[in-house]
Every structure is written in structure tokens, then in C-alpha cells.
Design a protein around this ligand. Structure first.
Ligand code: ADP
Ligand code: MG
Length: 341
């Protein structure tokens, strides 16, 4: 599988502010990298630069392995693309849609038929080969789009919000299927989404973007547990913020204090809802009362109002009977807290 390198790839569209700040990134061969960020942050622009649908501003370069493809148009880069809207030929059959790229590449008919069949099997579409696209559900259409992109054996697979148009259940099952597919094929893939769940589930690494800039690049665990800044912390999952003061190896949060290593001074503490544990009064650091309890089946999400300081979100696994007005104590594990000076 081919690695991709972006060198100083920025983009300024004529007559507008810069959409993408110059970006340096190496995508390893066989890696699935996810671009994640809110709408308008430059994800699609980056993907289109990799595809060859957009050229980077002067000075930027795109490399596939050792080959500089910056000046090559999309049809000479051998990339497969899947979009949010299916971009299939509605009046052709499933098999004809999948065969299209092979026909353009002038593969002999028997080879074409063999590869289409193989790809339809891989995507569990065998029984739909003769159906027209407008006779398929959204999920089936997206599987056809994937088959069509992959049948030409592209060097790189590029996916731009492929699940966004589908309903939640279908999104989950197709996400699992895409994961299986990418891992099985070992292809280099770039996946664009604004959905953090998708990014965490699919990405070997995630590139978090904000306003045309990279906010952080890391594995899902790094992004989740060591967010580079407040934007990343808030964009991925739920993060509590607590104010504290460090003095002489002790951290004070409200009236509570616990051992802490780090320089003296005021700190902002970031802590995940699942890392605030319910404790007894003797073991707890923060007292408060439950302002809301939302039963979510596998866990209960509490909103706890401490005696002083902002409300905290706390997740409890198991069969919590806590409800509004109950008095609770929270324990802060120093190893699970991130301090921002
Ligand atoms: P995302 O995919 O993250 O939602 P885009 O890459 O589509 O973001 O867009 C990034 C920014 O560039 C946006 O401000 C968008 O309006 C702008 N933009 C994208 N394409 C064009 C274009 N062809 N002409 C002018 N501005 C564009
Ligand atoms: Mg987009």
C-alpha cells in the first residue's frame, strides 16, 4: 500500500479568505486516516487536493510514495472516491455501475465480468447485480459506490462523509462493514467526517481540524485522553472543566485537596465524565447534588452541581438508583485528570 505525503498544501480560493492553511502530513501505507472537524473547516478541500480535483496553492506538493502527483489530474492518480451523495448512474444496473471504471480502462470483457462479480460478492451485493440503482435503499447504494470505487484497485481510497445521508442504524452497520473492508484490503484510505464516533471507530489516526488548520493529529486514544487544546477536548466526547490551585505538591479543588505533581499556580483541569467516580464522603474530593440523572441503559449520566464551581457531567456504569436532589461525593483520580496551565 502506498503512503501519501502532503507538503505545505494550502488552499486559497479566488476572491475568498484562505480555506486551508499550509498542511504537512504523511499518511502511512495501508493506514486509515480520518479528517474530523466541524463543517467548513477544510476537510473536503484537503481530500480534493489528494484526489487531484483541486490543486494546492503554489509551493504545495502531493506525493504518492516517491511519485510527485501534484500536476496529475484525478484520472491519472488512480484513486477511488466515495461521496455523501452516491454519484451513481441511476439508469444503469448495479453490475453496470461497478463495471464502469473497468470499461473506461478498456479491460477485456471476461476480466471485467470476473472482477465485477468478485467485488459484488465482497460487498454482499451479488443478488442485486441486475437491479437498477433507483430500486435500491440508501445503504445498498452506498455499498455499490464503494464497490465501484474499489473495483479498479485504486492506490488510495478517499471517502467524503459516506455515511452522513444514512439513518443511524444503517450508519452503524455500514461503518462496521467499511472497517472490515479497509482492514481486509490493507489499502491507504482517507476518510472525512464531522462525526467523532465514526472517526474514533475507523481511524488509525485522526486529524482534528478547525478553521482550516490542524488542531491535533493522533490515535483515537491520544485525541481522547490527551487533547491538544480546549477545542479538541470539547469537540471529542464530553469534557468537564474544573478550576484548581496547585501549591507545594497539593492540588486544591474547592475545599478538597489531593497530592499533585506540577508547578504552583492556577490550573484548569480537564476530566472525562467516566473518570469522575462516585465515592463515600470520607473518600470524596468534591461534594455536590444531583441536578439531573439520565438513564441511558448501559450507563446513567448525572449532572452534578458541586457546592462551588460549575456543574459536572458524571457517567456511572451499572444500575445507579441516583436521582435529582441526591447528595453525592466525587473522587478525582490525579492520573485521570489533564491539567492545562
Ligand atoms: P468541510 O469539508 O470541512 O466542510 P470545505 O473544505 O468544503 O470544508 O470548505 C472549507 C472552506 O472553503 C469553507 O469556508 C468553504 O466555504 C470554502 N470553499 C470550499 N470550496 C470552495 C470553492 N470552490 N470556492 C470558494 N470557497 C470554497
Ligand atoms: Mg465537506
Amino acid at each position: 500500500a502506498v503512503p501519501i505525503r502532503l507538503e505545505r498544501c494550502g488552499k486559497t480560493f479566488a476572491g475568498s479568505a484562505r480555506a486551508l492553511e499550509p498542511l504537512d502530513l504523511t499518511i502511512r501505507g495501508g493506514e486509515t486516516i480520518v479528517f474530523l472537524g466541524p463543517s467548513g473547516c477544510g476537510k473536503t478541500t484537503t481530500l480534493r487536493i489528494i484526489a487531484g480535483l483541486e490543486s494546492p496553492d503554489p509551493g504545495g506538493r502531493v506525493l504518492f510514495g516517491e511519485e510527485d502527483v501534484t500536476a496529475l489530474p484525478i484520472e491519472r492518480r488512480n484513486v477511488g472516491m466515495v461521496f455523501q451523495s452516491y454519484a451513481l448512474f441511476p439508469n444503469m444496473t448495479v453490475a453496470e455501475n461497478v463495471a464502469y471504471g473497468l470499461k473506461v480502462r478498456k479491460l477485456p470483457r471476461p476480466e471485467r465480468a470476473r472482477r465485477v462479480e468478485e467485488m459484488l460478492d465482497l460487498m454482499h451485493l451479488g443478488e442485486f447485480a441486475g437491479r437498477r440503482i433507483d430500486q435500491l435503499s440508501g445503504g445498498q447504494r452506498q455499498r455499490v459506490a464503494l464497490a465501484r470505487a474499489l473495483v479498479v484497485r485504486p492506490r488510495v481510497l478517499l471517502l467524503d462523509e459516506p455515511l452522513t445521508a444514512l439513518d443511524a442504524k444503517l450508519r452503524d452497520s455500514l461503518r462496521l462493514e467499511i472497517d472490515r473492508l479497509l482492514r481486509g484490503l490493507g489499502i491507504t484510505a482517507v476518510y472525512v467526517t464531522h462525526d467523532q464516533g465514526e472517526a474514533m471507530a475507523l481511524g488509525d489516526r485522526i486529524v482534528v481540524m478547525a478553521k482550516g488548520r490542524v488542531a491535533q493529529i493522533g490515535t483515537p486514544r491520544e485525541i481522547y485522553y490527551q487533547p491538544a487544546d480546549g477545542f479538541v477536548a470539547d469537540f471529542i466526547g464530553t469534557m468537564n472543566r474544573l478550576g484548581g490551585t496547585v501549591q507545594g505538591g497539593m492540588l486544591s479543588i474547592g475545599a478538597a485537596s489531593l497530592p499533585w505533581s506540577g508547578p504552583d499556580g492556577a490550573v484548569e483541569l480537564l476530566v472525562r465524565p467516566e473518570d469522575l467516580a462516585l465515592a463515600s464522603e470520607a473518600d470524596g474530593h468534591l461534594g455536590g447534588s444531583v441536578a439531573a440523572a439520565v438513564f441511558l441503559g448501559d450507563r446513567t449520566r448525572l449532572v452534578v452541581e458541586p457546592t462551588d464551581g460549575p456543574a459536572l457531567t458524571v457517567d456511572t456504569l451499572g444500575r445507579s438508583e441516583l436521582g435529582r436532589g441526591d447528595r453525592v461525593w466525587l473522587r478525582v483520580d490525579p492520573a485521570r485528570v489533564l491539567a492545562v496551565p
